[in-house]
Design a protein around this ligand. Sequence first.
Ligand SMILES: Cc1cc2nc3c(=O)[nH]c(=O)nc-3n(C[C@H](O)[C@H](O)[C@H](O)COP(=O)(O)OP(=O)(O)OC[C@H]3O[C@@H](n4cnc5c(N)ncnc54)[C@H](O)[C@@H]3O)c2cc1C
Length: 387
Amino acid sequence: MSILTRYIQTDRQQKLYDLAGGLADKAKERVKQAEDTAQLPAETVADFKREKYFSLTLPKELGGEALSLYELLLIQERLAVGDGATALSVGWHLGIVQELAQEDLWEPEIFDWFAKEVAEKQVLVNRIASEKATGSPTRGGVPETTAVRQGDEYVITGAKTFSTMAAVLDYYIVSTYIEDKDTVGSFLIKSDLPGISIDKTWDTLSMRGTGSDDVIFDQVRVPEKMLVEVNQQANPRKAKGWLLHIPAVYLGIAMAARNEAIDFAKSFKPNSLKTSIAEVPHIQQKIGEMDLKLMQARSFMYSVATEWDNRSKEDRQALSTDLAAVKTVATNLANEVVDLAMRIAGGRGLSKSYRFEQFYRDVRAGLHNPPMDDMVIQILAKKAISE
Ligand SMILES: Cc1cc2nc3c(=O)[nH]c(=O)nc-3n(C[C@H](O)[C@H](O)[C@H](O)COP(=O)(O)OP(=O)(O)OC[C@H]3O[C@@H](n4cnc5c(N)ncnc54)[C@H](O)[C@@H]3O)c2cc1C
């Protein structure tokens, strides 16, 4: 059993894993294009749509495969071995759809209609909640994007930052301050409505292929029924299993770096040695350390996911601390694994002709996806003190 396939336990999981593997290989071929344009390639989105991938987390009766959290993580890791940016992008969509299906966040009528859009048209959705002034929504800042009622419509005005897949999304779930209700809520907004434009600000070190540009809403008129959540996301401590799609991505990147480092160590024979560097003690030390870190992070992540899947909806809330801890442990260990892989490759690892430098850049982004490390540590400390 290889480290990659360690957590595949059933035939169904193997099939899902193979499906993700095929798409990951195709996405990997387009990494240069994605890096150059700082966009998720439309061809990659089309590949996923063809495979009906975007409905995987819908319940079976609504046309999906009812993926468990565990299964979502397996395919997220596999996608990220091919390309981290593609995995993070697709993971937002799959995770959001999974949460909507499991948590009854929306009125049944609107969710059923949206589920049909996903199942039949393979539409792509993401939550766009970050803003320049409010920063990460997890900090609890009130959005500066406003929703003002006019008759039976709302008029949305504002700008969102870090909007992953902005240019290829079919729908945005947009957090706003709702003037007449004096509260925060989210609207489901079709991406081609008049007044919506994209400001191509995404020129980053990491995860360039996510195309996480700014989306501008200039007096965008939406029907009242598209106000899908009022105060629903207000509780930052609410357990959200689906957010584990994030650590799975960064562990996938770390596994890809680990695999390439081992291949490099086995094939590189400097003329100062009679063997490859894989036989050298300090290289073996680093290889062993990479696997130790991956074993710790993955075993923690998959055990919490298994618990999540096995618990009732009510009992899942007790896992909120574990979920947060998994994210911090996994993303930090993933950074350490990639660092070790870079050290094994030596100076060559800095070259654009190897994948190491991209892993190094991409894995760094995990630190800035939610929940942030300082919040996780604070949650753990408060829990420990209160107990
Ligand atoms: C690759 C990638 C993809 C993303 N995709 C999406 C997406 O699809 N949708 C979306 O909505 N967002 C997305 N985000 C945005 C993400 O969720 C964060 O909003 C963003 O990374 C900014 O986080 P931050 O902690 O740096 O920001 P800020 O909140 O602006 O914080 C900046 C600094 O100030 C500190 N700080 C700020 N407020 C506080 C506070 N109250 N208490 C203590 N310290 C504070 C932070 O610790 C940090 O050091 C994405 C981010 C990345 C990197």
